[in-house]
Unconditional design. Structure first.
Length: 205
């Protein structure tokens, strides 16, 4: 986009046609074309007044919204995993496995604290990986087409690196690292964001 700083909006995929109608009313009938990389930007709307909207792919190389999504959210204050068909959670589990983050004194006390904190984080990762495997995997492979992850980036990476989730970790995914401690409401909100159509907009000067 060359018309100015772009902003990104997230809309329900069922409202895309309505959003395009509104864009047309505000800026005129746009020219429609694929992006330079259709795997990343399948549709570009170029309006006569200079406004440009790019409808972004769900994930790099994945244009269409996956029908079934797995969700894995984890922070030190809790975790949530879920299985979704369309906009509906069909299975989920939320839990708390607190891993300490407070600083301790130096010397042997600090080393013991660090070991205890590491053990708690390891237990959290193993618990989340097992809960995710129970819901997102069958013997033949993943039961989902895409993954939505969020929370603490380092913990999420450790969960997806767990051997239990080797095949799940290879799926295309969206990432949200700005979420609070996962609870059911957070899981539902993240599913909504994970399904949203993203549109990059540049307004005319």
């Amino acid at each position: 986009m060359s018309t100015g700083p772009a902003r990104v909006v997230e809309i329900d995929p069922t409202r895309l046609d309505r959003w395009i109608d509104g864009f047309t009313q505000r800026h005129g009938v746009p020219e429609r074309s694929p992006g330079a990389d259709p795997g990343a930007v399948p549709l570009v709307l170029s309006a006569p007044d200079g406004a440009v909207a790019e409808v972004l792919a769900w994930a790099p190389g994945v244009v269409d919204l996956p029908a079934r999504l797995g969700l894995v959210l984890v922070r030190r204050g809790g975790y949530a995993v879920g299985l979704a068909e369309g906009d509906r959670l069909t299975d989920h589990h939320c839990g708390t496995r607190y891993a300490q983050s407070r600083t301790a004194a130096g010397g042997w006390s600090q080393q013991r604290f660090a070991r205890r904190r590491g053990n708690q984080a390891d237990a959290l990762v193993q618990r989340v990986a097992q809960q995710a495997a129970d819901r997102l995997l069958e013997p033949r492979g993943p039961v989902v087409d895409g993954l939505v992850v969020g929370g603490d980036k380092a913990l999420v990476r450790q969960v997806l690196d767990d051997p239990l989730l080797a095949r799940v970790g290879e799926l295309p995914r969206r990432e949200f690292y700005d979420i609070p401690d996962p609870r059911l409401k957070v899981l539902q909100d993240t599913l909504r964001r994970g399904r949203a159509t993203r549109i990059g907009i540049a307004e005319p000067p």
